[in-house]
Design a protein around this ligand. Structure first.
Ligand code: AMP
Ligand code: GLY
Length: 423
């Protein structure tokens, strides 16, 4: 069977590589993919171009589609493909609203008693300003809709909150997604990402992970899409996991069903482990990037089998297994990211990366047959090892053999996790 994977980043490369392990699958088409995805046939069809994707799927007799990024999910890509008889992994648009609208997600959590930060919603900038003036600092201002992961501003002063509201609601820095804002209480504690498979009946958490969102070492500098990840996350203890299942995961699935928005696909729980217990910072309706680059290499069960079971509602019939190991992914970015950066530099990749590491390519293109940098986050290097300490060391050693001009990486991916383990 030929399948398509929609999207073009390191996450999609990790999904493609894992799916490649299944011998039932013939060609994997990546729409649009990137020049570094050697395991797929890349087709220049935009990930948000619903009619073109549907047309491609029908004309190529595609047997299954994996819709990975948030925008096509929120826009209804799964609905459109399923309507034409193409089975998909990913939630329908109605369920993808859990990420598509922060107002929807917050109201859902309030209605169903799911722990999250206290909040208020505003569509008037004056009222939002009044509220912020009387609020405790720091205060968190979030644009309602999708904003490429950049619509969250943590404000230390009332002046910063004023400026954040002007940028989001008046200057429309994140477009129409800033017509409404959520203003919420600042929470403290370690963050944990838990991706999960759900067929709307049961929820199977994947191995937990930790993202490193800031650009600089020691969690300094600007927020990015993620500069590296480790898995499992040592803050996600068995006790925390048990509370999350009872207080967050199962109630969320039940809430979505009760709202007539059954979620099938990968539901990502962005959690903060506060002194009052685990709370939801955000939901994503998809695999995380670069969480996927550490989670999928630890998966011991066939991914395609799981994806089909998710769609068919038979997830409970599977025994999903994980390697008893740790993984670390170090992102190599273009110097300057997440602000301005240059691209077009040739990339040299080792033929056999050290320690069996995997390289997941994200921002790259082909120029005269040569792989060159083409984005902010260029690629990720993932190593799997029996301990986290070895995984971190191996990922950095393997990353040394990847070369391109202007490469930038953080040097402390995994340091916080190791400190938590006392290593
Ligand atoms: P999000 O895009 O919702 O994941 O937010 C980006 C980052 O902002 C999160 O990973 C947190 O580090 C931080 N953040 C979001 N909401 C809060 C909050 N209520 N309190 C503290 N930090 C937050
Ligand atoms: N790494 C965070 C995300 O995928 O949203």
């Amino acid at each position: 069977m030929d399948i398509i994977v929609i999207g073009s980043g390191g996450r999609e490369h990790a999904i493609v590589k894992k799916l490649r392990e299944n011998p039932e699958i013939g060609t994997i088409y990546a729409l649009p993919g990137n020049a570094g995805m050697k395991e797929a046939e890349c087709v220049p069809v935009g990930a948000k171009d619903i009619p073109a994707v549907v047309e491609f799927a029908l004309s190529h007799e595609i047997g299954f589609a994996v819709v990975a990024p948030d925008d096509p999910l929120v826009l209804g890509m799964v609905d459109a493909l399923e309507e034409k008889g193409v089975p998909c992994f990913g939630p329908a648009a109605a369920a993808a609203q859990i990420e598509g609208s922060k107002v929807f997600a917050k109201n859902l959590m309030k209605k169903y008693g799911i722990p999250t930060a206290e909040y208020e919603v505003f569509d008037s900038v004056e009222k939002a300003r009044d509220y912020c003036r009387g609020a405790k600092l720091p205060i968190v201002v979030k644009a309602d809709g999708l904003a490429l992961g950049k619509g969250v501003l943590i404000c230390q002063t009332h002046e910063e909150a004023d400026a954040a509201l002007s940028e989001i609601m008046e200057e429309k820095l994140f477009g129409e997604s800033g017509s409404r804002v959520v203003i919420e209480e600042f929470l403290e504690g370690p963050e944990v990402s838990v991706l999960s498979f759900t067929d709307g009946k049961i929820v199977v958490p994947m191995i937990s992970s930790m993202d490193h969102k800031r650009a600089g070492d020691g969690d300094t500098g600007l927020n990015t899409g993620g500069m590296g990840t480790v898995a499992p996350n040592p803050y996600y203890t068995p006790e925390v996991a048990e509370r999350c299942m009872k207080e967050i995961f199962l109630p969320t699935i039940a809430a979505m069903n009760a709202e007539g928005r059954t979620f099938k696909g990968c539901l990502y729980f962005g959690l903060m482990i506060t002194k009052d217990g685990p709370k939801v910072i955000e939901y994503n309706c998809r695999f995380g990037d670069p969480e996927t680059q550490v989670v999928l290499p630890l998966l011991d069960t066939d991914l395609f089998t799981i994806m089909k079971a998710v769609r068919e509602g038979t997830l409970s019939s599977l025994d999903i297994r994980w390697k008893d190991a740790s993984a670390c992914c170090v992102i190599l970015a273009s110097n300057g990211y997440p602000k301005k950066y240059e691209t077009g530099f040739p990339i040299t990749l080792p033929e056999n990366p050290k320690h069996g590491a995997e390289i997941f390519v994200a921002g790259a293109k082909s120029k005269d047959g040569v792989l060159v940098t083409g984005g902010g986050r260029v690629l990720g290097v993932t190593a799997v090892a029996p301990t986290l300490k070895e995984a971190v060391k191996n990922a950095y050693e393997a990353a040394e053999d990847v070369k391109f001009e202007n490469a930038y990486m953080r040097h402390d991916i995994g340091a916080r996790a190791l400190a938590c383990k006392g290593e």
